[in-house]
Ligand binder design. Structure first.
Ligand code: NAP
Length: 380
């Protein structure tokens, strides 16, 4: 029987092993979720909200345990893991309070006597989720979808199956009926069979562009609805009237929070020529001073990347950029010792066609570019 293996990225040690289920077993669970859907969709918003408030309480009560689990499985600095669990509780309470208003019928004026738009549940939704916010990414999808009367099944990233099962367990602890939310520990290759199954009505993916292309095309062939949250290399434009202290604090936090693996954080820094040198000097000083280390230590600024292969891929991108003519001003060397650590890294002198100019660096590496003026910054 295949299994998913958990490796602590801070130590390189194996910490868990979970048996995979076969695609046949996953389809049986999806059928059970469909059966439960017929009951769940009949519940009132108040009934669903009561369970959501209970789920928020489960997150509050188990915050430390869940935070330690996330840090152990994917290396997030412990203080940030705690904040992630707090945010999950917040999301539960937000939708418990507001779903009935958000999903209320909307009257529209037409030639008919009465016309309105109504928001109805559609069935079992399959979520394919990444490891970077191993609790929040799942909760962000599940809570609004379930408040709307749908049920959900999860294919989570292989390296955070402990978190995936903990979330499933949290729903049960809160008193949700068993089929409303289920974890399916299948291999990525089995996702195709799940999408093709008649009981899945929609798919949501958060992950890389490559996975997005594959999932969207299978869903398209089966005429199923999708929501895709994919990769991107977000730009932070810094103009000449900036407060440099504040901008470099934000730039450092943006690039190093979650160990550089935040999809919506600043990755490319496009800096006005008039303040470029001052920005680069201060940003380099702050990135250098940020402490890398064991993510369970409270005083560490950033920890290891989530997996060694991802760290190695990032290093390849940095080396390729240098080969293409980019210049390294900080980091860029894999540290000795165990774990998937990568140091705060800064690349400059970047041009279109270079790896760090064209593509996302999903780790603690920043691309800094010089803009002649405001218009050029926007063009870049
Ligand atoms: P990934 O490889 O696409 O993995 C994401 C999920 O997809 C995992 O559950 C993975 O399972 C599964 N998967 C992988 N290949 C698949 C396939 N061929 N068919 C179906 N499922 C498949 O993504 P990642 O590299 O771990 O995550 C980093 C990327 O996600 C970055 O580009 C980042 O910007 C993006 N991201 C975007 C957002 C957003 O909200 N826009 C949020 C977070 C991350 P396995 O683990 O079993 O391979």
């Amino acid at each position: 029987m295949a299994s998913s293996i958990g490796i602590n990225p801070a130590t390189g040690e194996k910490i868990s092993e979970y048996n995979r289920i076969t695609s046949r077993e996953a389809l049986d669970k999806i059928a059970a979720s469909k059966k439960e859907y017929h009951h769940w969709k009949q519940k009132t918003f108040e009934e669903r909200a009561t369970l959501m408030y209970a789920l928020a309480d489960v997150f509050d009560k188990n915050k430390e345990e869940y935070a330690q689990l996330a840090t152990r499985e994917m290396g997030k600095v412990i203080g940030q893991s705690r904040k992630e669990i707090e945010k999950c509780a917040l999301v539960c309470r937000y939708y418990a309070e507001h779903a009935s208003t958000l999903l209320a019928d909307e009257t529209v004026k037409t030639e008919a006597t009465k016309s309105y738009v109504t928001f109805q549940p559609i069935g079992v939704i399959l979520a394919v989720m990444p490891w970077n916010f191993p609790f929040y990414q799942v909760i962000r999808f599940a809570i609004p979808a379930l408040m709307g009367g749908n049920t959900g099944v999860l294919k989570h990233a292989s390296n955070v199956q402990g978190c995936a099962f903990a979330i499933e367990d949290a729903f049960l602890k809160a008193g949700f009926p068993k089929g409303v939310f289920m974890n399916l520990n299948v291999e990525a290759k089995d996702v195709k069979i799940l999408i093709e199954n008649k009981n899945i009505v929609a798919i949501t993916l958060t992950g890389s562009d490559a996975t997005g292309r594959s999932v969207a095309s299978i869903a398209g062939q089966n005429l199923k609805k999708t929501v895709m949250e994919l990769g991107g290399s977000d730009a932070y434009i810094i103009l000449d009237d900036v407060d440099l202290e504040e901008a470099t604090d934000l730039a450092t936090f943006g690039r190093l929070q979650n160990n550089g693996q935040t999809c919506i954080a600043a990755k490319r820094f496009i800096v006005h020529d008039a303040i470029y040198d001052a920005f680069l000097a201060l940003f380099t000083k702050k990135m250098k001073a940020a402490k890398m280390g064991d993510p369970t230590n409270e005083d560490v600024y950033y920890g290891p990347m989530a997996r060694q292969d991802l760290r190695d891929e990032l290093h390849e991108q940095v080396l390729k950029t240098i080969e293409q003519g980019g210049r390294l001003v900080l980091g860029g060397v894999i540290p000795e010792g165990k774990g998937a650590y990568y140091p705060a890294t800064i690349l400059v002198d970047l041009e279109p066609g270079m790896e760090a100019f064209d593509n996302e660096l999903f780790g603690p590496a920043a691309s800094v570019m010089r803009a002649k003026d405001d218009a050029h910054a926007v063009e870049l």
